[in-house]
Structure formats: structure tokens, C-alpha cells
Design a protein around this ligand. Structure first.
Ligand SMILES: *Cc1c(COP(=O)(O)O)cnc(C)c1O
Length: 390
């Protein structure tokens, strides 16, 4: 078992996340087959969506993609220092003083402006190196990227820069996971129009990439040369409604352990604010994790967990370091029982999407919100229940 270096505890914690590396490989292969002949830049930003930046990147690198994608310089630096040698695209915005570090660590920059392009040329020329860049075009996301009307000027500037190599031109979709395809179709049309710059001038076409998970699942017209899936590699669909055109499975299981189980007579409130009071004698159990671990406080009085293969409701408010569960009056739940927060136990499963719904958010926020206080354990092969009696 390998522990994430960022959280490696000296003593075991009864709350942990287990990452199934075989499932991660299977998801990668499923996406690879679905998008072929396009290639893939697996997205490992935000600690690989909570799954462990270095572990996920090493695994993906071994599967042979043309590169990986992260959000920030610092994530790329961590990967380089961990020995990842493949191309790494940093998709986020560029802070000019960071440019020498991008060059030093051979990280691919995203360029969205002529100011950045000029600063990169100057820094690369000063160091006598050639900077690899992907140009980002804002075709409708309204975030990073040069506006379509400014793209030709930026391409002119970059092509006139001796120390810059434009490897790709890419864009990002704002509504790819939604049922209405109109904006996606508009963005594809804008993107095609912008990159016609190269064909019109008889220049070689840079690599093109546009698709996130939503687009991989429902817009094959976005595949171009490369796709950039994140969430789906971790086995989670962006929404419940999206067509499940690629067969993937969850990689992460979040577990804890009952640390106290006690009878609670009717009428006694539970947790801060006394927002929940049993109207019958019951048994309350304490789970040693809370919003300080990334379990959303909005799951208070709304969420459920699995114990002994059954769903049980969260009782009262989620605290920073613990929350309580109503195990019911006729229960044999006891100290030491496994609690599943996200994942399967017996016949039951709780998905990241379900937790997200309780918290009025999206599965992305739940997964990336699992804090560094929660140790990650990695395994190959089928799940072994941590307790034999489940
Ligand atoms: C996060 C991100 C992705 C991956 O998105 P998913 O919905 O997780 O597949 C792709 N491209 C960019 C620019 C991103 O920021």
C-alpha cells in the first residue's frame, strides 16, 4: 500500500480514502477506445480530483498518453520533482514572473494574450531555449483564452517569435455536459473558424483539443486530435442526466469507522444547534470525520452513510471532526463497524453525485474537497472489505 506523500500519516487513521488503481486504468482504457483515433491528455489537476496527483499521474504516464494536463505551475513542478517526464500542459493562467520556472521545469504554457506571448519570447530568448506553448481561445467560456477576434493577432505574434513553438490551439466548452447542445455547436464553429488561420496561410495545423468529460460523453464532433477528460477518468459522470456512452466505474471509496455507539432516549437532541431530536428511543453512532475532512456540512440532517450494508441518515449537524448517524432502534451497529461515505458496501452504493446533491453542488467539488487530512490508500485488484463481517 502506497501512501500519498502529501498526507502520509505516521499512524493509521480510521478514516481514509481507498483508490482502486486497476479501475483507474480501466477507465483510461475505456476513454482511449471511445475517442480513438484521437489521443488524450488526462487531467490530473487538484490532486487528480482528490485521487492523488502523483499517483494518478504516474499511472497515466505509464499508459502512454502524449501528455498530462494540470491547472497550475505548482502542480507541474510537483510532478517533475516526482520524476514524471512526459509533456505536461498547465491550463491555468500565466503569472509573468513564473515564466522562468515553466521553462526550467519544461512545462507547457497556456497563452491567452500578446502580453504573455511577448514575455515568454523574451524569457526564452534570454535562456536560449524554445518555449512550448498551447494557445487558448475563448470560444464561449468567457474565462481563459484570447477572444476570437484577437486570435489572428496573437498567432501572428507567436509565429514571429523565434523562441516559442505553438504546439496546439485549444478551447474549453461551457455547456458540454448539459442536454442542450446549442452553445457547444456554436463553440465548435467558432473554434474551427479561428484555427482556419493556419490552413488559410498554408501553415501546418497545430494540434487541436477541445473536449472535457461532458464532450467525450456526448459530442464526438469535439474530439479533434486530443481530448482532455478529467472527472470521467475517475469513474464519475459529470451529471446524472448525461448519456453514459462510455463505461466507467468509480475509483474512490471513502471509509470511516464507528468510534462510539450508544442508546439515545427519545427527546434528546443531537449536535450543534440541536437541530435533530429523535422521537423514539434509538441508537446514535459517532463517525470520526467531518467538514474539516471535506464532508459537506450541508449533509447535516440530509446525508446518508452505509453501515452493515444498509443506509442510515446523518443525524444533526456535521461537525468539523465528527458527525452522528441515527442507526435506528433495532440495530446491531457497534464500535469498529465500517462506515462507507462514498462507495459500495454489500448491495448498497453511495455515489459522489449523491453526496453532491445533498450539498447542492457537483461531484467535482465533493471529490476535490476531500481534504489532505484524509489519508489515501492505493490498491491493485478487487476490493477487499476491511472487515470480514460485511
Ligand atoms: C478541468 C478541465 C478539464 C477537464 O474537465 P472534466 O469536466 O473534469 O473532464 C478540461 N479542460 C480544462 C481547460 C479544464 O479546466
Amino acid at each position: 500500500m502506497v501512501l500519498d506523500p502529501t498526507v502520509a500519516p505516521r499512524v493509521p487513521r480510521p478514516t481514509y480514502v481507498e483508490i482502486d488503481l486497476d479501475q483507474l486504468t480501466a477507465n483510461y482504457r475505456a476513454v482511449e477506445a471511445a475517442v480513438a483515433p484521437a489521443g488524450m491528455l488526462p487531467v490530473v489537476k487538484a490532486g487528480a480530483y482528490g485521487h492523488g496527483l502523483v499517483e494518478a499521474a504516474r499511472l497515466f504516464e505509464g499508459l502512454g498518453p502524449p501528455g498530462l494536463a494540470v491547472a497550475f505551475l505548482e502542480e507541474g513542478v510537483i510532478l517533475r520533482e516526482a520524476g514524471v517526464t512526459c509533456p505536461i500542459l498547465v491550463m491555468g493562467g500565466l503569472d509573468i514572473p513564473q515564466i522562468p520556472d515553466f521553462l526550467h521545469y519544461r512545462l507547457t504554457m497556456t497563452v491567452s494574450s500578446e502580453e504573455a506571448s511577448a514575455a515568454i519570447e523574451e524569457a526564452a530568448a534570454g535562456l536560449g531555449v524554445v518555449a512550448r506553448v498551447h494557445v487558448k481561445v475563448d470560444t464561449g467560456m468567457g474565462r481563459m483564452g484570447v477572444r476570437p477576434e484577437g486570435a489572428a493577432g496573437l498567432f501572428d505574434a507567436l509565429l514571429g517569435s523565434a523562441h516559442v513553438k505553438v504546439e496546439a490551439v485549444y478551447s474549453h466548452l461551457a455547456t458540454a455536459d448539459e442536454p442542450d447542445p446549442d452553445q457547444t455547436f456554436d463553440q465548435i464553429a467558432t473554434y474551427r473558424r479561428v484555427v482556419s488561420y493556419f490552413g488559410d496561410r498554408g501553415l501546418p495545423m497545430p494540434k487541436l483539443h477541445l473536449a472535457n468529460s461532458g464532450a467525450v460523453l456526448q459530442h464526438p464532433g469535439t474530439y479533434f486530435d486530443l481530448v482532455r477528460p478529467g472527472l470521467m477518468l475517475y469513474g464519475v459522470y459529470p451529471t446524472d442526466a448525461i448519456p453514459r456512452t462510455v463505461d466507467i466505474g468509480p475509483v474512490l471509496t471513502w471509509r470511516s469507522t464507528v468510534v462510539l455507539s450508544k442508546p439515545l432516549p427519545a427527546g434528546n437532541p443531537v449536535s450543534y444547534g440541536a437541530t435533530w431530536t429523535p422521537d423514539r428511543d434509538t441508537r446514535i453512532v459517532v463517525v470520526p470525520m467531518g467538514y474539516g475532512d471535506g464532508y459537506p456540512r450541508l449533509a447535516s440532517n440530509r446525508g446518508e452513510v452505509l453501515i452493515r450494508g444498509r443506509r442510515h441518515p446523518v443525524a444533526g449537524r456535521v461537525c468539523m471532526d465528527q458527525f452522528m448517524v441515527d442507526a435506528g432502534p433495532d440495530t446491531d451497529v457497534r464500535v469498529g463497524d465500517e462506515v462507507v461515505i462514498i462507495g459500495a458496501q454489500g448491495e448498497e452504493t453511495i455515489t459522489a453525485g449523491e453526496v453532491a446533491a445533498w450539498a447542492r453542488t457537483i461531484p467535482y467539488e465533493i471529490l476535490t474537497g476531500i481534504s489532505s487530512r484524509v489519508p489515501r490508500r492505493y490498491r491493485l485488484g478487487p476490493s477487499v472489505d476491511s472487515r470480514g463481517d460485511q
